[in-house]
Design a binder for this molecule. Sequence first.
Ligand code: FES
Length: 141
Amino acid sequence: MIYSEKVMEHFANPRNVGEIPDADGIGEVGNAKCGDIMKMYIKVNDGVITDVKFKTFGCGAAVATSSMATELIKGKPIEEAMKLTNKAVVEALDGLPTVKLHCSVLAEQAIHAALSDYYTRQGIDPKPILGEVAPPDTCEI
Ligand code: FES
């Protein structure tokens, strides 16, 4: 299995690892098949994601995609973060081996879950905005 240099680099030096104690939204998603778990914390100010941190108990591809995903949404308006797809994350990492593509779905789902939590805390129903948070995908390992 060949990983791109960017994937290896983000795996070796993941960005934005940790927790935000006073987060405005927290999303936790898990992969039923491989048991990997991802937790995402966001801080929102004036509709902009001012900070984001994650913790991943998972494979290297999950760590690298979370790292890249946090980089892509940090400092962005929530509307933009909402539209981030796992495909865009994979492209930003110069690709992932096909059997690891499903790992990248965790990051997208964790962001959506954190945004959903953020809206709920604001007293806003997240469903019309985000749609149903998709159930965790399965990993092909
Ligand atoms: Fe479970 Fe990658 S996220 S193997």
